[in-house]
Design a protein around this ligand. Structure first.
Ligand SMILES: [Zn+2]
Length: 471
């Protein structure tokens, strides 16, 4: 289904060998969700990512429902990683006729299956999929895709090794290298010929942090005629690992003294595994006081099996401290209502849905407890309200007194910061044509644009949605 609004301003349904190669930014342009960029090599067209757009319900649905191009004309999709803002709309692309291969790493292929099935469950309104008790009684719009489309999408995934160049046809080459963001995440490098000239495009996907040795450090970003680079934390500096441990120790000690609980909302893929790894490690080392550790996230429990399967890609957790998965509603209730202090890591990084909601409704007005935010908080999210100075929070349609202590540890971020970007991009300075920043809010993009220009990149910009750049 084509969106008639877009066709007037773009020529995305025309393919010609005489057309110079280009990339059109269709999502995560001056924003952080719905990652999707259309590469036209001249004779063929490819997509980098096909993520779900997040935002107010009606707007998000409209953005996700339509594509600005004919999905049947896409030769292949290059998927950077399994977060839904990068892969969540693939089944809808399949529903609308895309039938090409979806290239991704082996670990991403395994994770995508879990994430897309979970997306479908959420769309179908199954509360057990992670939206907590909140959807009960609500009428949800029909899903944008069905199980059949999810299955077809998974069938079309082609797992490839890191750092192995793949010849897609006699013209196009593809290589994926580790971006250190989550298990399986990749920087995608594509090269192709147009009018006897060779071109290269590098799409960073999401770049991880350096020096957090749970996942390998992200690889340096390869130089290219066009680098499409994420900019989530442009201009910002994260806590160091030591700083994170010290902050966590202080938070946990103070909460124990008050007799409260520590609630940690965390995205199920990537953040939960990282938080658990370091909490268990720090408790075993005596850096953070030992407390019972609970995890309320059925999705993270499933994801854990994939991390286990690909354990050669992550550092093993060497700790005698274990965590207990809360599998039933009764277990969750028992845990959250017990008198003793404990740490509960629960799904829902921005507190908008997921299992964290049921723990927050119990403790948001309890000044003895602490919520520790460890994820990016979109400006309109419940998590952002937690961080604001306002005394109340609007959550699940109700106003709540915010008497809980609020803390933030940004070092658990899976995204590179200002210093990481400098190191990851510096080798590409002299050999790169253009850099286009995506996946960031405008202030972060502005800061990163200035930083990259200072480093010597001559042509840096942050395109708007639907803008096209020639490679
Ligand atoms: Zn991501």
């Amino acid at each position: 289904m084509l969106d008639p609004r877009y066709n007037v301003c773009m020529n995305l349904n025309e393919t010609s060998t005489h057309r110079p190669p280009s990339v059109t930014f269709l999502g995560a342009a001056q924003s952080v969700s719905g990652s999707m960029h259309l590469l036209q090599t001249g004779s063929k067209r490819f997509l980098f990512d096909c993520g779900s757009h997040r935002g107010p319900r009606n707007e998000a649905r409209a953005r996700n429902a339509y594509f600005a191009f004919d999905p049947t004309t896409i030769s292949a999709l290059f998927l950077s990683h399994a977060h839904v803002d990068h892969c969540g709309n693939i089944p809808n692309l399949v529903r609308q006729g895309f039938n090409g291969p979806i290239y991704c790493t082996h670990a991403t292929k395994d994770l995508v299956q879990i994430m897309l099935e979970d997306s479908l469950r959420i769309q179908e309104g199954d509360a057990s999929a992670g939206r907590g008790f909140s959807n009960r009684g609500r009428t949800l719009p029909p899903p944008l895709f069905t199980r059949e489309h999810v299955e077809k999408a998974i069938e079309n995934c082609v797992g490839i090794d890191f750092q192995k160049r793949i010849q897609l046809d006699d013209n196009v080459e593809l290589e994926m290298i580790d971006s250190g963001h989550i298990l399986g995440s990749a920087i995608t490098c594509v090269s192709f010929t147009n009018q006897q000239q060779r071109y290269s495009v590098t799409f960073t996907g999401d770049l991880g942090r350096r020096g957090i040795p749970y996942l390998p450090d992200p690889s340096p970003v390869p130089a290219a005629d066009l680098i499409i680079c994420e900019s989530t934390y442009g201009g910002k500096r994260h806590d160091t690992l030591e700083g994170m441990a010290a902050k966590m120790a202080k938070i946990v000690s103070a909460t124990i003294e008050r007799g409260g609980k520590v609630l940690i909302p965390a995205f199920s893929l990537g953040r939960t595994q990282l938080v658990l790894h370091y909490l268990r490690t720090w408790m075993a080392q005596g850096v953070v006081p030992t407390l019972p550790l609970y995890v309320d996230s059925p999705l993270a429990q499933l994801i854990d099996t994939v991390y286990e399967k690909h354990r050669h890609l992550v550092q093993p957790t060497r700790s005698e401290i274990s965590c207990r998965w809360l599998e039933t509603e009764e277990e969750a209730w028992e845990c959250t209502s017990q008198r003793d202090s404990c740490i509960i890591v629960a799904s829902g990084g921005m507190c908008e849905g997921g299992r964290i909601v049921r723990h927050l409704t119990e403790h948001i007005d309890d000044p003895r407890s602490t919520i520790v935010l460890v994820s990016y908080q979109a400006p309109d999210s419940v998590g952002a309200q937690m961080l604001s100075s306002r005394p109340t929070v609007k959550m699940q349609g109700q106003n709540w007194n915010k008497w809980i202590e609020v803390a933030e540890i940004n070092g658990f971020s899976g995204h590179a910061d200002k210093d990481d970007m400098e190191v990851l991009l510096r080798d590409a300075v002299d050999k790169t044509g253009k850099v286009r920043l995506v996946h960031g809010e405008i202030p972060q993009m502005a800061a990163m644009t200035a930083q990259l220009r200072e480093m010597g990149f001559a042509d840096v910009a942050a395109p708007r949605r639907n803008e096209t750049v020639f490679v």
